[in-house]
Design a protein around this ligand. Structure first.
Ligand code: MIC
Ligand code: SF4
Length: 755
């Protein structure tokens, strides 16, 4: 039986009437995204046609999911909210803090020991507040959510940008910062800008080498890393129906890479099959009962241009496999053009490692198709040229693929199987020799490939592809190899061609698992004590941030003008820093150390305007803080792209940065800044970015009459005594201005709990 079935029944009982009311009020047929959004509108919100792309709307999500690296901050904040239990079903998943080194068993033992304090903290907070706890080794949050919690038509938020994976089961699932999760767990509504809608019509049917991954790799190439910002992507059409449920999950998962708020698919038989296979025939039966409400209206799909803000059509029958990268997930190259692109750009051709798994691609189908290639190594007398590494997405997947002999096939090609966890995908990869920083190529089925992400080496060229393409390319060990057309030389000197991948949508013998790794919370958690050692290096209770002083911000020193891509990995690196995710002061020592200083093209090297000397960004900022001097960070386009980690907003807040002024923001990061009481601004004219000089002292005025929709003014006081003024935009609504004034949203919740 499914978890929280009563909650699902309640959602389904209310959905038809709420959708009908929305359809009447909006006066038009509805997309699936609208059905889910409008049926989750907060009771205090008026039912009206909210303009897409600019009105803030309150929703009531059905559940919350958190992973260990972000749950610490989310729960440290929740502990201050003064509630006995969480208001909606919630879960915690231990997956990010496990380093991949030798192989599953010993890596897991080491991680349990190294992060014992953090795991114990998360287990006890979960136990106390009624949160389901998934132990280290149970699997990756999004895979576990898809296997256990996701349900068609539901709405959830999660403290991880790939929460969107659950769109594969027809949800509206959205990645958020911990402060947002804290609100929902405290029973407050959750606010989102009513998203615009992109419709993607899939025609035809996948065949040969093409897979679901290639759909999203192609879409990323079309829309780029910011093309989905503030938009929901809805897939439909016969091609959509023909995809497996987990394939749909892969597509939705990587919607995070185009900045989309989320992606989703209408309920269909693939979802029903998946629900039944994962022990939730009860949910499938309930969904079947209201199935017309769990997909977009027929008129919408017949005339998509009338209902979506943007429509894209992709014919799956003609889809070619893609390989995206290096250094960004939207640099999409069809496999037939990869050789040329690699040679032209000087990408290292020799592939050192092929990594399969992660939350994006570790379904039974994915693994079985990759295995169909690995099998050909011995059958065709080949030797795999690159190393194989496997990260199963959950213990259930691992147990099942072991039972079905897939792990033996991987073992034959010398693969290392890592713990069911994020591992290399989040830089938790103790890769031998990475410190030498040699130029090298790897290919993986993960979703992101920002510089340094997997192994910390800035010279690792990481490419993203489907598991089957990763397997083929790892066998060939050559980026210029096209498995669709090229041959390989086997041990007899013969030319052999790899056969097309084959696989199973779901395990023919069913899923199996001995211990899935779940721990239910105490029925009465009131006596459970949550202990945080005051001298801990890993955990630190939070102190409230100070409220705004009520005056204009004058005399801010420019801390850094960041140039080019500045993702949350650049602002708050993961990998070795993950261990400080529960300790704000310690993790603040990584603030912006990956950002490129526009004045000297160096990372972690900025001018201290007080001493005139250059030093690391956190060092300079701590010097300003010690002197009580505020500062400002300036950035480029899509600042804060990538993950949901709110540390990227909390660190500058903690160290005394007052404002972040950029050309444009990624959605989650902008909200995280607002939640933490920071001032996130955008240039009204992006050309003004060029006016900012290294020694500038900056004033922000207009704050004493801070109003939604009204621009603020920036004054640059240049070192030569000259001044320049220009206008900047903000997107704060009335509520968010209150957060700013109070010094952070949590200060408001705390005050209302005390009152
Ligand atoms: C990621 O893929 O970058 C992460 C690690 O899962 C992040 C969350 C985090 O930083 O903890 C995400 O995508 O939100
Ligand atoms: Fe983990 Fe990678 Fe998925 Fe993030 S993208 S949740 S790090 S597997």
């Amino acid at each position: 039986m499914a978890f929280d079935i009563e909650m699902i029944k309640k959602v389904y009982a209310n959905m038809p009437a709420r959708i009908e009311a929305a359809r009447k009020t909006l006066g038009r047929p509805l997309t699936l995204a609208e059905k889910i959004l409008y049926s989750h509108l907060d009771a205090d919100m008026k039912l009206t046609d909210y303009p897409r792309g600019n009105s803030y709307v309150d929703f009531n999500p059905d559940r919350v999911a958190m992973q260990d690296a972000t749950a610490q901050m989310a729960l440290l904040q929740f502990m201050q909210a003064g509630r006995p239990t969480v208001a909606v079903p919630s879960s915690v998943h231990c997956d990010h803090l496990i380093q991949a080194k030798v192989g599953a068993a010993s890596d897991l033992d080491r991680a349990k020991h190294e992060s014992e304090e953090v795991f114990d903290f998360l287990a006890s907070v979960s136990n106390k507040y009624g949160i389901g706890f998934w132990k280290p080794g149970a699997g990756i949050i999004h895979q576990i959510v898809l296997e256990n919690y996701a349900f068609p038509g539901g709405m959830m938020i999660g403290t991880d940008s790939h929460t969107v994976n659950a769109g594969g089961l027809g949800m509206i699932a959205i990645g958020v910062g911990g402060a947002d999760a804290c609100d929902v767990m405290a029973g407050l509504p959750w606010e989102l800008k009513m998203p615009k809608l992109i419709g993607i019509k899939l025609t035809g049917k996948l065949n040969g080498w093409a897979s679901a991954k290639d759909v999203i790799l192609k879409v990323a190439g079309i829309l780029t890393v910011k093309g989905g910002t503030d938009k929901v992507v809805e897939y439909f059409g016969e091609g959509a129906v023909s995809l497996s449920c987990t394939g749909k999950g892969t597509i939705c998962n990587m919607g995070a890479e185009i900045g989309a708020t989320t992606s989703t698919f209408g309920y269909d038989e693939s979802m029903s099959r998946y629900l039944s296979a994962t022990g939730r025939a009860d949910v499938a039966a309930l969904a079947d009962g209201i199935k017309e409400h769990l997909t977009g209206d027929a008129e919408v799909y017949a005339n998509p241009a009338n209902y979506f803000d943007e429509v894209i059509e992709i014919n799956l029958s003609e889809l070619e496999p893609y390989v995206n990268g290096p250094f960004t997930p939207d640099l999409a190259t069809p496999i037939s053009q990869l050789k040329e692109a690699a040679e032209k750009n000087g990408w290292p051709l020799k592939i050192e490692a092929g990594l399969i798994g992660s939350c994006t691609n570790s379904s039974y189908e994915d693994i079985s198709r990759a295995v169909s290639l690995a099998k050909q190594v011995s059958a065709k007398g080949l030797t795999s040229k690159a190393e194989f590494m496997i990260n199963p997405g959950s213990e259930q997947i691992r147990y099942t693929i072991e039972r079905d002999g897939f792990l033996d096939v991987f073992a034959e090609v010398g693969a290392t199987v890592f713990t069911n966890a994020c591992g290399p995908c989040i830089g938790m990869w103790d890769r031998v020799g990475a410190e030498k920083q040699e130029k090298n190529t790897i290919i993986h089925s993960f979703n992101r490939n920002f510089a340094k992400r997997a192994d910390g080496n800035p010279n690792t060229y990481a490419f993203v592809a489907s598991p089957e393409i990763v397997a083929a390319m790892a066998i060939a060990g050559d980026l210029s190899f096209n498995p669709l057309t090229d041959t390989l030389t086997n041990d007899k000197g013969e030319q052999v061609k790899l056969d097309e991948p084959t696989g199973y949508e779901l395990p023919p013998k069913g899923f199996a698992v001995e211990d899935a790794g779940f721990q239910a919370p105490a029925a009465d958690g009131s006596k459970v004590e949550v202990l945080v050692n005051p001298t801990s290096k890993r955990l630190q209770l939070l102190d409230p941030f100070a409220a705004w002083e009520g005056v204009e911000m004058k005399g801010l020193k420019l801390l850094i003008k960041a140039k080019g891509k500045c993702t949350t990995d650049h602002i708050s690196m993961a990998g070795p820093w993950l261990k400080f995710r529960g300790h704000l002061d310690n993790i603040s020592n990584n603030m912006l150390i990956g950002a490129l200083n526009a004045f000297n093209d160096k990372t972690d090297n900025v001018k201290n305007q007080i001493t005139g000397e250059y030093a690391g960004v956190p060092v300079v900022q701590r010097a300003y803080k010690a002197q009580g001097v505020g500062s400002i960070v300036v950035g480029d386009e899509n600042y804060g792209e990538g993950s949901s980690r709110e540390h990227a907003a909390m660190e500058p807040r903690h160290l005394g940065v007052r404002s972040v002024l950029v050309k444009s923001f990624a959605r989650i990061h902008e909200t995280n800044l607002k939640k933490q009481g920071m001032l996130g601004l955008t240039f009204a004219d992006t050309a003004d970015y060029d006016k900012i000089k290294e020694d500038d002292v900056i004033d922000i005025t207009g704050l004493t009459s801070f109003t939604p929709g009204v621009q603020l003014t920036i004054t640059l006081n240049h070192a030569d005594g000259s001044k320049e003024d220009f206008k900047v935009n903000h997107s704060y609504n009335a509520q968010q201005i209150e957060w700013f004034k109070a010094g952070g949203a949590l200060n408001i919740i705390r005050a209302s709990v005390k009152a």
